[in-house]
Design a protein around this ligand. Sequence first.
Ligand SMILES: CC(C)(COP(=O)(O)OP(=O)(O)OC[C@H]1O[C@@H](n2cnc3c(N)ncnc32)[C@H](O)[C@@H]1OP(=O)(O)O)[C@@H](O)C(=O)NCCC(=O)NCCS
Length: 192
Amino acid sequence: MLIRRLPPHERSSYADHLKRLSPEDRHLRFARAGVSDEWIDAHVAAISEDGLILVGVLRERVIAAAHLALDDDNAVAEVGLSVDIEHRSGGLGRELLNQAVVFARNRRAGKLYTLCLSDNRGMVALARRAGMAVEFSQGEAEAHLPLPPPDPLTVSQEMSTGLFAVFHDWAELFDRYGALVNAAVPGMRAKE
Ligand SMILES: CC(C)(COP(=O)(O)OP(=O)(O)OC[C@H]1O[C@@H](n2cnc3c(N)ncnc32)[C@H](O)[C@@H]1OP(=O)(O)O)[C@@H](O)C(=O)NCCC(=O)NCCS
């Protein structure tokens, strides 16, 4: 499993991941009822080119995501998380939240913020585990985490995520190319 930043031309795979969420999970993810496929398409299309979407990828499929939205002066980074149902409770949500903190710090955001429904036990547990202060009000829970400035470790963490993604993509390309050569030239093994 690889966690990496999703480039703009792959946004449809993020939309597909969100559309696999059940109606209940869509409600939990966006803290609003009646989230349709069309609403998801419009939501994803509205994310700017430089928007930050971190994804967990397994066999070329987005199985988990964190959308990090920075406000105009980069003071607050709001994060929304989602994990495909069959991949939950394995630490993916926590790992994505940790990566979101790294990316937010590197953009000098002063605070990480998330909003969820107050009965979203998974997200509240996750936020508390990440050290966020959680406040409940009128059926909603708001979580805040003050962020220190970036340091060499956060910068190298973000860089290594990018480098690892490049090597992963290369390995996949090489595998695919090898399979094509093997199919085209029986008896020849591309990797040898
Ligand atoms: C919330 C969500 C992202 C968690 O993803 P996940 O991959 O299952 O989370 P993790 O496996 O990293 O779990 C992190 C912690 O939360 C706890 N947790 C997860 N789901 C829980 C639940 N339903 N009730 C109580 N605790 C829960 C885990 O036990 C774990 O604690 P631990 O570190 O002490 O073991 C996932 O359930 C999801 O996509 N929900 C639907 C969308 C949503 O609610 N998004 C959040 C709003 S932005």
